[in-house]
Design a protein around this ligand. Structure first.
Ligand code: GLC
Length: 653
């Protein structure tokens, strides 16, 4: 948009740029800067407009964008242009991801590369490599306490290994996702060291207070993230004799985005990783970016402005790069990380669908889809050109982050219902085969989250122990059902490494003092590559791996599974079923009816009750996953226990 103030500021900035930058041919950079400048200026002004050095900070911001553009390789610039032309590329059903810890998956970065064929065999074409940057030797929150944002931890390899991985994955058409931990640094980061040594400039990078006055005010309304191991939100630093805000662990210092220098540094880091070849950047803990006394310090409006500004700036330098918002917050809040009051996404293009994840776990424990149906119905529509990351579990704990009002609507009492779910998954409920553990137990609020691997949570660990073939089969069916939901719901399915092999809990972490007090390590496996060979011969593992492989291959052929907000939830009147229609808006008559039965008994669905949209030629109705004709009694469909159908009546192609 043209607007006089920002236009004349842009001219002023261009005059101020370093001669080295001005000499370059930056045609694409300047057209994009011109297009986004009004927004960039407005946002930067909203955040930092009251500062005397506002103009200098703006010049610095543009210098960072231009500097990183100059360093962007010709290959990546071509990728940017191709993606600009095909801007819906990431909504396609062809993408299927896997998140992994480098050491647990394959030792180091080169190890990941040596397993590229494993991804291809399974059909994975998006890999999220969790933090690999330099971090403390001992506890580092799985690398989410970063000590150097531009250097790879030597335990994982080198920066050159990472660049090589990016290049090689690109050749194989596999997208690389990397984290940028925007909310905090480790206390060993150079900025923290300088702050500790008394440098005011760097103390201003963090929230540092001389006494408890302000911290105490914050504490009144701030929840605790790790109440058992890191209670409170501030840590006393002996060297400085001051209090530092540490929302997560006491060695993770929160960055202060009131300071534009922090924003500019972080943008530079994001663009740096974009230039190393990351296709997607996962922005960690984005809900926490802005702190205000008297609030929970989560989901603040300014946190959104920061993300919008990051997006606008990234679009100038590296427009092909997408952002994932890691905001594990209330359903109505998550959706805002795509951007508000807009048509297309203007913050992050992708967000973790934590609501769907938690609702699926509810359906597994209750064996019905009442709350799942209710919760998904209450989820506001997302913007266009935005997509979900759908996952059954990830490296973190499972929080029951759905709304109390939805629980009530589904016919339960919120508190006992949540208690039941925690009990179900942590072994306190007699009938449950789950082997999870309580995480983040907060005695003050009664809140508890859940740790445990997918396989152990659905009963596979217990079934293997008792060597009960029926129970094993039930767990396998549940694992496949849950994955099928992430594949068919709309969005990018993200598998978690090890789940494709039915990996059960790993209790080794209890022997490592840097991990023992964090039971999320129970579901952060070390892949035994000899064991992976069992995918060709061992019945249980084989069923899971093959099932997923097939599901992924079929998903990729179904344009109806692309994500254009083209999912219609259907009310079947049967509480055990979660049923929806997928339909690609650009292809006529390309509908797939997805039916999921969470019950341990067969359930029926009267197709004619679903109205004309679900009219099918029953004689030709086929489950695209199994290739079989589903069981039908006239127009009544019978869905076996804990099974899913992807139904279509189109003839085989
Ligand atoms: C994110 C990560 C989690 C980490 C936290 C703090 O939520 O997924 O593992 O503990 O951020 O960095």
């Amino acid at each position: 948009m043209y607007e006089q103030v920002s236009h004349s500021l842009l001219n002023h900035i261009l005059d101020q740029l370093e001669p080295e930058i001005r000499r370059r041919d930056l045609r694409h950079f300047y057209t994009r800067l011109g297009a986004n400048f009004y927004a960039i200026h407005t946002l930067f002004h909203q955040l930092y407009g009251d500062r005397d050095d506002f103009k200098q900070q703006m010049v610095r911001l543009v210098e960072v964008m231009a500097g990183q553009y100059i360093h962007r390789s010709a290959t990546l610039r071509d990728v940017d242009i191709a993606r600009e032309q095909n801007h819906n590329w990431f909504l396609s059903q062809e993408w299927v991801g896997m998140a992994l810890y480098t050491d647990g998956f394959a030792g180091d970065i080169n190890g990941i590369l040596s397993r590229a064929s494993y991804f291809q065999e399974l059909g994975i074409n998006l890999v999220h490599v969790m933090p690999i940057l330099r971090c403390p030797e001992g506890a580092s929150d799985g690398g989410y306490a970063v000590s150097d944002f531009r250097n790879v931890d030597k335990r994982a390899g080198t920066l050159e290994d990472l660049r090589n991985l990016a290049r090689e994955l690109r050749k194989r058409k596999i997208l690389l996702t990397l984290d940028v931990v925007v909310n905090h640094t480790s206390d060993e980061h150079e900025w923290a060291r300088l702050a500790r040594s008394g440098e005011q400039n760097y103390q201003d990078y963090y929230y540092i207070f001389n006494n408890r006055d302000v911290p105490d005010m914050f504490e009144e309304t701030m929840p605790e993230i790790f109440p058992e191991t890191a209670p409170g939100n501030f840590t006393y630093d002996e060297t400085m004799g001051k209090w530092v805000m540490t929302v997560f662990n006491n060695y993770q210092w929160d960055l202060n985005y009131n300071n534009p220098a922090v924003f500019i540094e972080m943008l530079d880091i994001i663009l740096f990783w974009a230039n190393q070849g990351a296709d997607i950047i996962r922005l960690d803990a984005v809900a926490f970016l802005w702190k205000k006394i008297g609030t929970t310090c989560q989901n603040e409006r300014e946190a959104h402005l920061i993300l919008q500004l990051m997006k606008d700036c990234c679009q100038v330098t590296a427009p092909g790069v997408l952002f994932i918002a890691e905001a594990i917050v209330a359903p109505v809040e998550i959706i805002k990380y795509f951007g508000e009051d807009a048509v297309i996404a203007k913050e992050c293009e992708i967000a973790y669908n934590a609501t769907f994840m938690a609702l699926m776990w509810d359906a597994v424990a209750t064996k019905n889809a009442r709350l799942l149906n209710q919760g998904i119905r209450s989820l506001p529509n997302k913007l266009n050109r935005a997509t979900w990351l759908n996952y059954v579990r990830c490296h973190d704990d499972i929080g029951l982050g759905f709304d109390d009002t939805d629980i009530v609507q589904a016919g339960y009492d919120p508190q006992p219902h949540r208690r039941f779910l925690v009990d179900w998954y942590t072994g306190a409920y007699a009938d449950s085969p789950a082997r999870g553990q309580p995480f983040g137990v907060n005695d003050k609020t009664g809140d508890t989250r859940i740790s445990g691997s997918l396989a152990s949570l659905v009963g596979l660990e217990a079934a293997l122990e008792t060597d009960d073939p029926d129970a094993i089969q039930r767990s396998v069916n549940l694992i496949l059902l849950l994955h099928s939901l992430t594949m068919s719901f709309g969005g990018i399915p993200l598998l978690y490494y090890g789940d494709e092999l039915g990996t059960i809990n790993n209790y080794d972490y209890t022997n490592d003092t840097s991990k023992a007090n964090d039971n999320r390590w129970i579901h952060r496996p070390r892949i035994d590559w000899e064991m992976t060979e069992l995918r060709y011969s061992h019945n249980t593992i084989q069923q899971i791996f093959n099932g997923l492989q097939k599901m992924i291959a079929i998903r990729k052929t179904l344009p109806a599974f692309a994500d254009y907000n083209n999912r219609e939830l259907l009310d079947t009147g049967n509480p055990h079923l979660f049923t929806f229609m997928r339909n690609n808006p650009f292809i006529i008559n390309d509908k797939v009816l997805v039916v999921n039965n969470f019950d341990s008994s067969p359930q029926s669905l009267t197709l004619s009750d679903l109205g004309p949209r679900a009219s099918f030629n029953y004689a030709q109705l086929r489950d695209l996953y199994s290739g079989e004709s589903p069981r039908l009694f006239k127009d009544q469909l019978v869905i076996p226990p804990q099974r899913f159908y992807w139904l279509s009546d189109r003839s085989c192609s």
